[in-house]
Design a binder for this molecule. Sequence first.
Ligand SMILES: [Cu+2]
Length: 322
Amino acid sequence: MAILMLLMNKAMAGSFMPTQGTEISKQVDNLYGFLLVVSFISCVILIGGMIYFALKYKRKTANDKTAYITHDTRLEVLWSVIPLIIFLFVFGWGWVIYHDMRTMPKDALEINVSGKQWAWTVEYKNGVKSTEVVVPVNKDVKLVLSSEDVIHSFYIPSFRIKQDAVPGRYQAIWFKAEKLGEFHVFCTEYCGTSHSAMITKLKVVSQEDFDKWLVSESEIGTLPLAQRGAKYFQTRACASCHNVDNPAAKIGPTLYQRWGKEVANADGSKVAFDENHVRESIMLPQSQIAAGFPSPSPMPSFQGQLSESELAAIIEYIKGLN
Ligand SMILES: [Cu+2]
């Protein structure tokens, strides 16, 4: 049994399950492997038994008679008590892992993550904002989740942890990443049109790289305007809806080589793609919808969310996309 489980675990770690990025993910896989093995054995006993009895007690001649059997108390007790013991064992095992998952470690690095249709914003204690979660390896990390609109769910398959982000309250999850590298983050609560595009990365880096990254991100204010704009374009998730280096539309129109052109709105009017048009498109997306895009516009309003200086930087960046 133990060997079978070990094999199962190796098989899952190696093939159809995502990488095991934390200690807890290994524990979850062990339990899952145990469930698979137990289910497989029960299946063999049940289906095998059925086939065996069907063949053995098949009526062979017209006057074949089977003995009259009502029940067997010993058997009934056995098939109730054995599964009960297995269930309780699985419950206990699951509870121990769940307890570990839900007990927040002290002195963890706290990071705020907030969901908004359809991107995650990650905010660090020193004010750095990012759309990707960057964390140091081998350190307890606690994510404090919130939502600005509807229910989202933050899921890191490689860590086997998942938590809803609910508007109006905080939820937390923690993990300690053991492997360097990039891992997927998915939203697993259907949250609207572009739910399936609500994907980001979790980057596990060395403590040294993490410290460097935090400092370089916080020095963003000293960069030239267009470079700052490029950063905001990433961190405010504009990039998840707009292409900047090819003419194809994503969820929104491309911003590649648009500056200075005359563009069409859905109502047929024409407008120059200049500072004021871009400003209005960002602050009041509903005021004019670009031709070929749905009304109401899926673009969220950034009114009150971008400062004048951030807006100016973004406009400078879009200007440079020609
Ligand atoms: Cu979502």
